[in-house]
Design a protein around this ligand. Sequence first.
Ligand code: FAD
Length: 531
Amino acid sequence: MATKLLLTFAICRLIVTVGLTLDPTELLLLGVDAQLSVDPTDVKAASLDFGLLIGAQPPLAVMHPASSQDVAQFVKAAYGSNFGFTVSARGHGHSINGQAQTANGVVVQMSGSKGGSGMASGRKPPHPRVWPQERFVDVWGGELWIDVLRSTLQHGLAPKSWTDYLYLSVGGTLSNAGISGQAFNHGPQISNVHELDVVTGKGELLTCSEEQNSEMFHAVLGGLGQFGIITRARISLEPAPQRVRWIRVLYSNFSIFTSDQEYLISLHEQPASQKFDYVEGFVIVDEGLINNWRSSFFSPHNPVKISSLDPNGGVLYCLEIAKNYHESTASTVDQEVESLLKKLNFIPASVFTTDLPYVDFLDRVHKAELKLRSKGLWEVPHPWLNLFVPKSKIADFDKGVFKGILGNKTSGPILIYPINKNKWDHRSSAVTPDEDVFYLVALLRSALDNGEETHSLEYLTNQNRQILRFCDEAGITVKQYLPHYTTHQEWVDHFGNKWDRFYRLKMEFDPRHILASGQQIFTPTNMASWR
Ligand code: FAD
């Protein structure tokens, strides 16, 4: 009874706030009542994200769907109302700039609905369904990748392309691209999807693939949530490796470092025995990070003597590579790794190797998360900046940013690795630079309120602006990954020659602009004369 009253209150609030003319009883009749929550815990959780950069944006209510039909019915109600209200799908809320938030609208909480407090009805979204013969898995759009992995491993299978961190939702990463060290070989996660169920901004539930509703399929992949809510994804699988040989080697010369990275990703068409399965890298610009980094990876018996590697105390670069293997092929892995390492030109004394189960390798960032959480360093502002930099300009970027603007301070990891563009489907909505090879440069920094100016949010935010300005002035045509812009013109420039199609499909699939308004690409239409 109390829940019912709360819900009616929530719906009345919706009506008062946005002028929604839908009668509250109509929403109750739609069967969404038991899944609409105004529980302060739910509302607060949906009002924040990992970035913690913008103030809380409380939604009016949070919806906990148990099926595609629930989502479709709800979006249809939003679309059909005279004045409309916004509806934002939220995966795990790991965005940086409020992309999954919507003040004065409803958040559809896709992840965590299995145990969410709003599930008064006891109904839950479907569990992953693995098709071992066909080598794919059907998953709920809010499923976390860690749970996808757990389900597929029961059949000895695993997805091919990953993100570094697995506590992200399938719908959230497919709305961006989903990249990690496997992308050079398998492409981003959006290149490893067979089929999607999507609820459009009109509340229609469509199945789409290469063959069926193909325009929708490609638009949704990398589409920043603008065309529909992904409720099911069919993801390609491969036999799961059992173990991983994980290696780090160091460079003090940037051009040797990038030549080696580019060489390794050029091997993507070679047989598995003649290439690594994972190629990433990171930049080391200050001593503090070197120490942390050493303790988390290197054996205490084998400390890194940085001064001996780079007596000038300049910037170092770490290539990170991994080879997957099955226990039955363990005898050949040493040889395969050895012959690949021989072709590289890292600092000779700087090979650091570890060997671990495949799952532990994939889930490595979660370990770091637990450590940071225990020190109160996880729930802090994250002014992250992710850029795709064309290969032809990466040396200029090194000179201007790593050796210039950063000024020997990092406040967090800086990843850098190259990706093959031919592994990306140009029909998707994801935007990448116009060169065959481009680099991800990820400045994953945390702001701390510890009195040190260089750790402050203001300092790091200004530095991000300075980096973007530098790129602009130096003619380095970067594309933002996980983009964040606030003006129409910036979005048009970001999408470049994809903009016209993006706009046309938005008008077709979400004509009232009610979906994912937190991306700030389109303004919701709020006209009584709409229909
Ligand atoms: P949310 O933040 O909840 O949503 C992101 C956007 O997608 C929003 O606009 C939302 O409305 C929309 N959306 C969410 N679910 C759906 C759906 N079902 N259908 C349609 N639209 C939807 N990214 C990488 O590519 N590689 C990495 O290695 C990587 N590592 C990361 C590590 C950490 C610690 C963090 C915090 C982020 C990382 N990311 C990485 C970024 C991550 O992929 C994006 O932030 C992604 O959006 C997060 O997924 P989420 O489920 O939390 O999405």
